[in-house]
Design a protein around this ligand. Structure first.
Ligand code: ZN
Length: 62
C-alpha cells in the first residue's frame, strides 16, 4: 500500500519535472512565449521554471 503510493508519487514527480523541462525547452526555442505583465510572479528569478506548470494567478494578458 505504502509502496504503491510512494511509487505513484514518484511517478507524478517525474512527470512534473518532465513537464517543467519540456516547457522550459519550448520556451527556449521561443515556441512558448509569456505575455505577462512584468510584475507577474513568473518573472521572478527561479519562478520562470514553473511558469507553464503552475498557472496560478498567471498568464494575464493585460
Ligand atoms: Zn506570468
Amino acid at each position: 500500500m505504502v509502496t504503491t503510493m510512494s511509487r505513484a508519487l514518484r511517478y507524478l514527480l517525474a512527470a512534473y519535472v518532465g513537464a517543467v523541462l519540456a516547457t522550459k525547452e519550448l520556451e527556449r526555442r521561443a515556441v512558448l512565449q509569456c505575455g505577462c505583465p512584468s510584475d507577474c510572479w513568473c518573472h521572478r528569478p527561479g519562478s520562470s521554471l514553473f511558469r507553464w506548470v503552475l498557472p496560478i494567478g498567471h498568464g494575464g494578458r493585460a
